[in-house]
Write a protein that binds this ligand. Structure first.
Ligand code: UDP
Length: 311
């Protein structure tokens, strides 16, 4: 597409900050919005002197209007289990009021709309691997429901704006993604294991580590636009993942088995047939390589921790 004005909500977050980089590299003007609830301005620091990038500190749950734009990526939401459980009500608000506000703007400016949805919409899935036609298995009142149900409401809202108002919408269900700028202390498995391994602390495996996830490196994700499962279809048990982190970091950390959090999905793997056939999209970076690419970033986080502690 030619040069566009593109709005990105949640721009200071892990995924959206990488998305801003990709959109700018494609020649677009990018307006980022974030209320910095979990996003960090440091993720956008390298764009400070980029004339095609602007930023507003803004909560999308309040009414706002960034002026005309051609496309909006709605990426705003706390996303790690620790963050969305700490910010439960805010997570419900951004996935409902926030999504409706952004959809209204897309309608007003006749703009394209992409909503960053999640594999959590499938809950603790009974269909494996997960296909887009599966409706999921979500506990509507459990501790994860503030995120899962907000994201499911958002999907409903996006589908409704397409149905009732003809807004050109896209839904992407993103599976576990990692890489530089993932918050070092966000409680997620890759960040926990990398930081623990580099500190020499025990790796905290919840339950026996037989639950599975499929890990997608961030560069494989950044520029996908169409509605579909996006993720890496190679499935790892959490125990295997811990061993891979120990191998990459060369750490002598031990493994410490901890209780499993409530409603933690037992298995997760995307069926990406649709992405493959429709978009010719396929992830390229496998876990071993992606962890290696992430290593300098996590090392710098541990160094930053050490120097903060010595002040
Ligand atoms: N996990 C773990 N130890 C940790 C963090 C996570 O064993 O220190 C497990 C967790 O129980 C889950 C998986 O790793 O089964 C992925 O957890 P994460 O919080 O990264 O994201 P989720 O996929 O559950 O949203």
């Amino acid at each position: 597409m030619g040069k566009r004005r593109i709005v990105v909500t949640g721009a200071a977050g892990f995924l959206a900050s990488h998305l801003c980089d990709v959109l700018l590299s494609e020649g677009h003007d990018v307006h980022g919005i974030d209320n910095l609830a979990t996003g960090k301005m440091g993720n956008l620091a390298h764009l400070a002197s980029e004339p095609r990038f602007s930023f507003a500190e803004q909560d999308i749950c309040q009414s706002f209007d960034p002026g005309p734009f051609d496309y909006i990526f709605n990426m705003a939401s706390p996303a790690s289990p620790a963050d969305y459980m700490r910010l439960g009500i805010e997570t419900l608000q951004v996935g409902s009021t926030g999504t409706l506000n952004t959809l209204e703007l897309a309608k007003k400016y006749k703009a394209g709309y992409l909503h960053a949805s999640t594999s959590e919409c499938y809950g603790d899935p009974l269909v494996h691997p997960q296909v887009e036609t599966y409706w999921g298995n979500v506990n509507p009142i459990g501790p994860r429901s503030v995120y899962d149900e907000a994201k499911r409401f958002s999907e409903s809202a996006v589908a409704a704006y397409e149905r009732y108002h003809g807004v050109n919408t896209h839904l992407v269900r993103i599976f576990n993604t990692y890489g530089p700028r993932l918050q070092a202390n966000d409680g997620r498995v890759i960040s926990n294991f990398m930081m623990q391994a580099l500190r020499g602390d025990p790796l905290t495996i919840y339950a026996d580590g037989s639950q599975t996830r499929s890990f997608c490196y961030v560069s494989d994700l950044s520029d996908e636009h169409l509605p579909t499962n996006i993720g890496n279809p190679v499935e790892w048990t959490i125990l295997e993942c811990a061993k891979e982190v120990l191998a990459i970091t060369g750490s002598k950390s031990e493994i410490s088995f901890q209780p499993l959090p409530q409603d933690d999905p037992k298995q997760r793997r995307p069926d990406i047939t649709k992405a493959r056939t429709l978009l010719g999209w396929e992830p390229k970076v496998m876990l071993h390589e992606g962890l290696g690419l992430s290593l300098p970033y996590f090392k710098s986080c541990v160094e930053a921790e050490k120097s903060a502690a010595s002040v």
